[in-house]
Design a protein around this ligand. Structure first.
Ligand code: NAD
Length: 364
């Protein structure tokens, strides 16, 4: 955890302590009085290539909270790109404030100019509270933006690709756990049926599985139930179900001290980011409980693969899905490495990602 609690009180040294600890390369604070734009761009690592990561707009309680978030997210992108075999680094941006009140063309174009000033070291895309239309405004000021709509030549919605990666990651996990990657007859609990969850259900239903869904938004849960023949379950009830596979596609940190005592599944494979509340403690607990955990940053990388190929050039659907399909083999490699070395699957995935960056740095 980053321990910068209050930026106003934190000395310069404490902020740099955080950058040093996780080896962040650069942080850029952007301010524009006229539009009220306040943004932070975090660049974690550019060894493999330009730092690509979406822009999140959020009403952060404090500047420190925004800084903490951008540093954590930027670092995550480094390893996600590395494990996915993309020649991209890790970065992220956060805009502080209420998206409904502040966002307009001028505001977004001003932000685009800040991105342009980094000369391609950071490349943005959409994230929470940012849309492909917003990317279009940003693109009027900089070419270092991706995730534009298909109608204007971009790679379009990344969610279906993310869902495909989660699906193949789940199948690889089944191969490890059961000796066959068929999901036929499996009882699967899907938490969150938003963009990723809904597309994931489309794949799962074809395998003749028994589906359980939960969503904070009851309309979505009922919609998923009627479309895919799933049974709706309560937000908390989902952790106690007698299922084979738990697939978190809503929130982070759902694998924690409480749920570890309750989950009865043999596999966890989902699209949500940062599923382990504590990477070390819960990564190890999963091994001890014999639960096959497909690392989130590996199997939810389809969306990044989509925007990454779009930015690097030569985007087409077939190429994107082919690269995303490799998640199947990488998942198996990581599960085997974890078993052979007696380390958590999270640690195994991190070791492969870190090694790729180190090898690349040597060649450079
Ligand atoms: P989304 O907002 O479209 O869907 C999330 C769904 O989860 C919503 O329907 C929401 O109502 C529901 N939800 C919220 N709290 C819940 C709870 N306590 N229990 C059950 N449901 C709850 O988001 P998304 O784009 O589908 O992304 C889902 C997750 O996957 C997020 O963690 C996101 O960061 C991650 N992710 C998404 C992509 C992508 O391409 N969209 C890529 C990588 C990672």
């Amino acid at each position: 955890m980053i321990k910068v609690n209050n930026l106003e009180k934190a000395s310069e040294f404490e902020v740099f302590d955080e950058l040093v600890k996780n080896e962040h390369e650069q942080v850029v604070f952007c301010n524009d009085n006229e539009t009220g734009l306040k943004a932070i761009i975090g660049i974690h690592n550019t060894v493999l290539g330009p730092a690509l990561g979406g822009t999140r707009m959020w009403n952060y309680k404090s500047d420190a909270e925004a800084l903490t978030d951008v540093l954590r997210l930027a670092r995550g992108m480094t390893y996600k790109a590395a494990i996915s075999g993309l020649n991209l680094g890790g970065g992220k941006a956060v805009i502080i404030g209420d998206a409904d009140k502040l966002k307009n063309e001028k505001f977004l174009r001003r932000f685009g100019r800040f991105i342009e000033s980094l000369n391609g070291k950071y490349v943005t895309a959409e994230d929470v509270n940012m849309s492909p239309e917003d990317m279009e405004f940003i693109s009027r000021e900089t070419k270092h933006v991706t995730g534009l709509s298909e109608s204007i030549g971009g790679g379009g919605d990344p969610s279906p690709v993310t869902a495909y990666g989660v699906y193949v990651g789940m199948k690889a996990s089944a191969k490890k756990a059961y000796g066959s990657d068929s999901l036929k007859g499996k009882r699967i609990a899907v938490q969150g049926v938003g963009h990723v969850g809904m597309y994931l259900l489309e794949y799962l239903v074809k395998e003749d599985v028994e589906l359980f869904v939960s969503d904070f938004n009851l309309d979505r849960a009922y919609d998923a139930a009627s479309k895919f023949g799933a049974k709706t379950v309560g937000l908390d009830e989902i952790y106690d179900l007698d299922v084979d596979i738990y697939s978190p596609n809503a929130l982070g940190a759902t694998i924690n001290d409480d749920t570890m005592k309750r989950l009865k599944c043999q596999i966890i494979a989902g699209g949500a980011n940062n599923q382990l509340d504590d990477e070390k403690i819960h990564g190890k607990m999963l091994i001890d409980r014999g639960i096959v955990y497909a690392p989130d940053f590996l199997i939810n990388a389809g969306g990044l693969i989509n925007v990454g190929i779009d930015y690097l050039g030569g985007w087409n659907k077939e190429k994107v899905y082919k690269k995303t399909e490799r998640i199947y083999q990488t998942t198996l490699d990581i599960l085997n490495l974890s078993e052979n070395k007696g380390i958590s699957t999270q640690d195994a995935a991190m070791s492969l990602a870190t090694k790729r960056i180190a090898d690349f740095a040597e060649i450079k």
